[in-house]
Design a protein around this ligand. Structure first.
Ligand code: NAD
Ligand code: TDX
Length: 353
């Protein structure tokens, strides 16, 4: 099995690459990533030496490059995670999200369709998506696989569009696809622009914690390693053409999560109780801020036998321990020094090599 994983130098992608190269030594895993600000090969140092792993630097928006890569490699499967993923950035620069998330996905679908050329036996195109495509819930309700799409941010609109294109390639050309929509992930190697690693870093540095609005928005948090194990199960056992929701039934109001995080940080840094929460600063709300996400993952649990492995309190504690134990990683990422890593490891940066 030769598997292409896109976006494998990012947060979730690096956990998926690690999971597959270690668990399936007989598979060849090619990690394709253009190394945007969010891509960091330092996330994969512990597995980059393994013989079944290789890295290719390239951009999914470059159709000619993608076609060549598929022709040269004849992948059996694709797990597509490469994306622009931060909602706040999508509000500031929406076009980049259209290019990578929509056009990039269509380029991969086209390349897979051409190279597989109707011989779909044993082939699979797995698209990784988000619960944000379903929109925003009030205080009641839960997203199922049948919830109509209702995206609000440029990010979620671009992910919704990409999901529709994946289904269109299945329905129109018969491409063997599967899609999963996951809730908010947390854990090691997350870029410190997202809530949890940003706040851990700010508490470490005694900087303000910018809470959007009153902090009453609710997110449903999943340990990133549990997302990787769900992706394994869906890739191998998911039904052709189907969609699976992934989540841990773990809803937290932002302000409550931040309170728990502050308590853990006070304890770990041996600071006075309340010291971290004194950094909380309420700032202007995010434009179009979705109130609540909650995901029903019972289809995945009942049909494919997946379940999350750890409770949130335990996972958050492990997450804090990881960031405090890897402050050099945080320093590299926040200073931009990690961007030099490709040059040192692979020679000077070039696209499509
Ligand atoms: P991330 O931003 O940490 O990583 C994205 C990766 O994609 C980076 O390594 C980046 O370099 C790469 N990339 C971006 N543009 C590219 C391009 N044009 N060509 C090639 N590579 C490119 O994102 P993440 O949080 O790990 O999310 C991964 C996937 O999971 C995304 O598709 C996202 O929509 C989805 N998702 C994320 C979450 C979450 O909580 N983070 C939840 C559900 C779904
Ligand atoms: O500084 C902040 N202050 C704040 O109050 C940040 C960065 C966030 N927030 C709030 C906004 C959200 O209600 O915290 C919540 C979580 O924010 P993010 O970490 O930016 O995640 P979210 O917008 O929920 O989107 C995430 O989950 C779904 C990922 O970034 C997406 O890629 C994924 O698809």
């Amino acid at each position: 099995m030769h598997l292409l994983i896109t976006g494998g130098a990012g947060f979730i992608g690096s956990h998926v690459v690690r999971h597959f190269v270690k668990r399936y030594p007989a598979y060849t895993i090619t990690n394709l990533d253009s190394l945007t600000y969010a891509g960091n090969l330092g996330n994969l140092r512990d597995v980059e030496h393994l013989v079944n792993y290789r890295f290719v630097k390239g951009d999914i928006t470059d159709q000619a490059f993608i076609d060549r890569l598929f022709l040269e490699n004849r992948f059996d499967g694709v797990i597509h995670l490469a994306a622009e993923s931060h909602v706040d950035r999508s509000i500031a620069s929406p076009v980049e999200f259209v290019m990578t998330n929509v056009l990039g996905t269509v380029n991969l679908l086209n390349a897979a369709r051409r190279v597989w050329d109707g011989c779909f036996e044993g082939k699979r195109f797995y698209h990784i998506s988000t619960d944000e495509v379903y929109g925003s819930l009030g205080s009641e309700g839960i997203f199922t696989e049948r919830t109509p799409y209702d995206p609000h941010s440029p990010y979620s609109a671009s992910k919704a569009a990409s999901d529709h294109f994946v289904r269109a390639w299945h329905d129109t050309y018969g491409l063997p696809v599967v899609i999963s929509n996951c809730s908010n992930n947390y854990g090691p190697y997350q870029f410190p622009e997202k809530l949890i690693p940003l706040f851990i870093n700010n508490i470490r540095l005694k900087k303000p914690l910018p809470v959007y609005g009153k902090g009453e928005n609710v997110r449903d948090w999943l340990w990133v390693i549990d997302h990787a194990s769900a992706i394994d199960v869906i890739f191998h056992k998911g039904k052709n053409g189907d969609t699976y929701n992934i989540g841990g039934h773990n809803e937290w109001k932002n302000i409550d999560l931040i309170g728990l995080l502050c308590d853990i940080m006070d304890r770990k840094l041996q600071r006075e109780p309340g010291e971290s929460s004194s950094l909380i600063t309420h700032v202007a709300d995010r434009a179009g801020h979705d109130l609540r996400y909650a995901i029903d993952s019972s289809k995945l649990q009942e049909e494919l036998g997946w379940s999350p492995s750890i409770r949130f309190e335990e996972g958050l504690e492990k997450t804090v321990e990881w960031y405090l134990g890897n402050q050099d990683w945080l320093e590299q990422v926040t200073s931009g020094a990690y961007l030099d890593y490709y040059g040192k490891m692979y020679g000077s940066p070039s696209s499509g090599d």
